[in-house]
Design a protein around this ligand. Structure first.
Ligand SMILES: Cc1ncc(COP(=O)(O)O)c(C=O)c1O
Length: 417
């Protein structure tokens, strides 16, 4: 047996002084990036996974410790009370910031909190904002019905139409809110073009990039100020929690963090742990969903019982050129119209065996809706149709099932039409 020696072991070159891994030599692939982005190699208690710090408040060693903490620059890593910060939540924020290429990120209790809180903070009475007509339905309700009550004016422009956005700008325009790709028509706005319009005029840009994920699109690198995601969707990825995030420059996020502490829309540490766990497989899931999205869209486009298909990866999509320029994959949502009426579309939906009828997207399970009888159910039919939401429109949000099985399921369901 070899004798035990008492050599001094040098710190590993794998880890720098902060416990962060030294930078890899080559640009990492998507799954490597997701797994390692913003995550220290060594975590508390040497745990492989980030520990769940399930505490509402944090203690101080003594009064001197408290005063030293108060005098320190603790804006980002506040630790006296759970509404101001939590280490498990912070671990997710760092991962999200690194993934989006932002300086910092804020994790909130839902995607809507990630939309409403920046709008409430960044706008005031007398300001004007511009929003796309195909933005998430609730976002438009908040902008048009709620913000207007507080004296903030809004103009709705056709999603993806830069010329219309430019025409809508007024001297008091403070912010442009756009979603890309949109829901349900997957319209894409040219992000670099949008930044070129907004930046010189001092107008902030806020992009809802939920449908793209940080893997398919990087708005900040194209000059956008803030990116938000409904983490509920692809990022968490399992349809089992609600959360949202805002990513951007350190100064803007620090300001948002202050108001976040007032609004209190925080994420529970156990939920943050689940988000982190979901994020670890984001690379695999998004690759699968991108591939299935394209395969399903191509299948549907060829099918005689399908009227029209919207998928940014198809050359027939109005924003295909923009999508190709700024996206590395086109996502897992495909919208289409059955060649028939609303009841025919419902027969198709009811005949599907793999897709659940449910109003979300981006998780491991395939979900399907007829927007007219889900998100737009309460809207008068004429108003709905003016937005292009026909009764025969279907939105299919692909999960991670095998593409061949999904296509076979669609084919058999189309026989019921
Ligand atoms: C594009 C988009 N943004 C924001 C939201 C709101 O997110 P949450 O449901 O997490 O509040 C949704 C929800 O469907 C969405 O589709």
């Amino acid at each position: 047996m070899r004798p035990l020696t008492t050599t001094t072991i040098q710190p590993s070159a794998r880890v720098n002084g902060n416990g962060h891994k030294s930078e890899p030599d080559a640009a990492p692939g998507p799954s490597t990036r997701v797994l390692h982005a913003g995550a220290p190699m060594r975590k508390g208690f040497n745990s492989l996974t980030p520990p769940i710090v399930q505490s509402a408040a944090y203690t101080f060693h003594d009064t001197a410790d408290l005063i030293a903490y108060k005098e320190s620059d603790s804006a980002q890593d506040r630790r006296e009370y759970g509404r101001y910060g939590n280490p498990t939540v912070r671990a997710v924020e760092k991962r999200l910031a690194a993934l989006e290429g932002g300086e910092d990120a804020l994790l909130l209790s839902s995607g809507m909190a990630a939309i409403t809180i920046p709008l409430l903070l960044l706008l005031q009475a007398g300001d004007h904002l511009i929003v796309g007509d195909d933005a998430y339905h609730r976002t438009r309700v908040f902008v048009n019905d709620f913000l207007q009550r507080y004296g903030v004016e809004a103009t709705t422009t056709p999603s993806g139409d830069l010329a219309a956005i430019e025409r809508a700008i007024r001297p008091n325009t403070r912010l442009i809110l756009a979603e890309t790709p949109t829901n349900p028509f997957l319209r894409c706005v040219d992000l670099a073009g949008l930044a070129q319009i907004a930046r010189p005029r001092g107008i902030l840009t806020l992009i809802d990039s939920t449908f793209a994920t940080p893997l398919n699109q990087q708005p900040l690198a194209l000059g956008i100020d803030l990116v938000i995601h409904s983490v509920t969707k692809y990022l968490a990825g399992h349809n089992d929690l609600l959360a949202g995030t805002i990513v951007g420059g350190a100064e803007l996020i620090a300001r948002l963090r202050e108001s976040h502490a007032l609004f209190g829309a925080v994420v529970d540490p156990a939920t943050a742990y689940q988000i982190n766990r979901g994020l670890q497989t984001l690379g695999l899931r998004v690759q699968r969903q991108n591939a299935s999205g394209l395969a399903v869209a191509r299948f549907l486009e060829e099918h005689p019982k399908i009227g029209r298909v919207w998928y940014p990866g198809l050359s027939s999509h109005p924003d295909h050129a923009v999508a190709r320029r700024q996206m590395s994959g086109f996502g897992g949502v495909v919208s289409f119209e059955i060649a028939g009426d609303g009841p025919a579309a419902s027969r198709f939906v009811d005949a599907l065996r793999l897709a659940h009828i449910a109003p979300s997207l981006g998780g491991v399970d395939t979900l399907v809706i007829q927007p007219a009888i889900m998100s737009y159910f309460d809207m008068p039919p004429a108003q709905r149709r003016a937005l292009g939401i026909s009764d025969e429109l279907i939105r299919l949000a692909l999960g991670i099932e095998d593409a061949a099985d999904l296509i076979a399921d669609l084919a058999q369901a189309l026989e019921a039409v």
